[in-house]
Design a protein around this ligand. Sequence first.
Ligand SMILES: [Zn+2]
Length: 167
Amino acid sequence: MPATRPNPRLVKIHRSYTVDEIAKLFGVHRNTVRAWIARGLPTIDERRPVLVLGRHLAAFLRARRTANKRPCGPGEIYCLRCREPRRPASGAVRYHPLTPTRGNLVGLCGCCGAGLNRRVSLAKLPLFLGDLSAAMPLAQEHIDESPQPSLNSDFEQDRPDHANASP
Ligand SMILES: [Zn+2]
């Protein structure tokens, strides 16, 4: 997955853009642009089609770049709308596993209410959480915290190999 970073300098700050125009400008899918909007890229109120001011777009893309460089402290997730590391509302986040070892921490910005989202490795999760309370999916606890052979290994062996051993 080549993650090309949209260059904020391509944006003309004195004009406004439709979702299509932004997609063409950066060679990304329209859904990518919609995801930016969902994550806090401001649009001009109530206009259809949706319009984004160039200066908002440039600021948003710059904030994303900064977010990738600026580390958050424990208990903080970078808010793309506030452009600051923020503490999630109520000190609560949810962990969504993507793989057995990595997942997304999601919450709501305690200051502006925007969605917060941070990719973390499960091993480093405690460092990110600080004193936050995290809702973990039940299955996840079993996957990673059982050093002994678990029920799973029995299932694995129950394969066709020895199912038809005798004719
Ligand atoms: Zn915020």
